[in-house]
Design a protein around this ligand. Structure first.
Ligand code: MRU
Length: 346
């Protein structure tokens, strides 16, 4: 059965608890928007598109439970909630894209009927969720030709069903190739510091019987040297107008290694991950997370007490290391600025 990452149920937001995976498959129910914000911050839900869906549903939830007849208070609360969600995960472009959609929906709704506005916001959030799955299926269809029968693929972090509303981006491309009957083998970077590869990607692939081998991050280069990797495919958190791509820390190193070994490095992402307001990757805000994610594993210290640690959650891969970006509109190829031009909002 398909993995359900997040859904709207009974005036609440339900999501699979990604902190508990792979040991426990449990769902958490968020009954107010503060709980959704906490879930985004503590990685109960993560992955740029899934964060966007969670934020949209969180905003809808916050407004649904607001009891007021004052239009001013209603509007003030709406923008206050949006602002709080915008402060959760700065790199994930889909978060801001989803909030912009909710703001447009709010602006278009009839302010004299607050119950109708609430309904419009809930409908929009559910639509964002459903559309994400449909878009990912298109990404899969568009990208599956990149994967030859018998291909050996390396991926980093988790750009699967769990990182989206469903199906996934990079893993969606792999899924689509498998659905076509191709045999593949996926090497999964464990993805330090919080192990999205080991905990989530390995879990997803095993659940669907897609052959996969987990490796320590530092192993990727040597496997490439041994000729064991045919291509790399990863997801993205934010892509600048020129194709520079932010993704989980460690992605840049993989791209450099792939370049050195002459292995194509692909990105798979929906257009909602593109930030056309910035010319290049130097403008992408990189989230810095708590040092404890580096110094501790499962609450256990793996470094001397008090060891200073740096925890940049993302890095930026320059466009010249990227062979193609698979989107729902097709595969974008260099030079990205001109290839992406038709998709820039006016
Ligand atoms: O910190 P995370 O787990 O939210 O980071 C996720 C990633 O880096 C993913 O690769 C990215 O969001 C693409 S998800 C389709």
């Amino acid at each position: 059965m398909a993995i359900r990452t997040i859904f709207w149920d009974n005036d609440a937001v339900v999501m699979i608890d990604q902190k508990a995976l792979p040991n426990e498959e449990r769902y958490v129910t968020c009954c107010n928007y503060g709980e959704v914000i906490r879930a985004i911050k503590d990685l109960t839900i993560r992955g740029a598109p899934a964060i966007g869906v969670a934020a949209a549903m969180g905003v809808a939830l916050g407004m649904l439970h607001l009891e007021t007849t004052s239009r001013d208070e209603f509007a003030r609360t709406f923008y206050h909630i949006c602002k709080n969600f915008a402060a959760t995960r700065p790199t994930a472009r889909n978060l801001f894209w989803a909030l912009e959609r909710m703001e447009r929906c709010f602006a278009d709704a009839n302010p004299s009927d607050l119950e109708a506005v609430k309904k419009a916001l809930v409908d929009e959030a559910v639509r964002i969720c459903e559309e994400d799955i449909a878009v990912n299926r298109l990404i899969g269809m568009n990208g599956r030709s990149l994967i030859g029968d018998g291909a050996s693929i390396l991926t980093h972090c988790n750009a699967g069903a769990l990182a989206t509303a469903g199906y996934g981006t990079a893993l969606g491309v792999i899924r689509a190739a498998c659905e076509e009957g191709k045999q593949v083998h996926v090497f999964v970077d464990e993805t330090r510091p919080v192990l999205q590869g080991a905990r989530l990607t390995a879990w997803e692939l095993m659940k669907e019987n897609i052959p996969a081998t987990l490796i320590a991050d530092g192993m990727a280069g040597f496997l490439m040297k041994q000729g064991k990797i045919d291509l790399v495919i990863v997801g993205a958190d934010r892509i600048a107008s020129n194709g520079d791509t932010a993704n989980k820390i460690g992605t840049y190193s993989v791209a450099v290694l792939a370049h050195h070994h002459g292995i194509p490095f692909y990105v798979a992402a929906p257009l909602s991950t593109f930030d056309f307001s910035i010319p290049d990757g130097n403008h992408i805000p990189v989230e810095e997370r708590a040092a404890e994610e580096v110094t501790h594993l499962w609450g256990q210290a793996v470094a001397p007490f008090g060891a200073p640690a740096l925890n940049l959650a993302f890095d930026v891969t320059p466009n010249d290391l990227i062979a193609g970006i698979v989107t729902e509109k097709g595969i974008m190829e260099p030079p990205y600025t001109s290839c992406l031009k038709p998709y820039r909002p006016a």
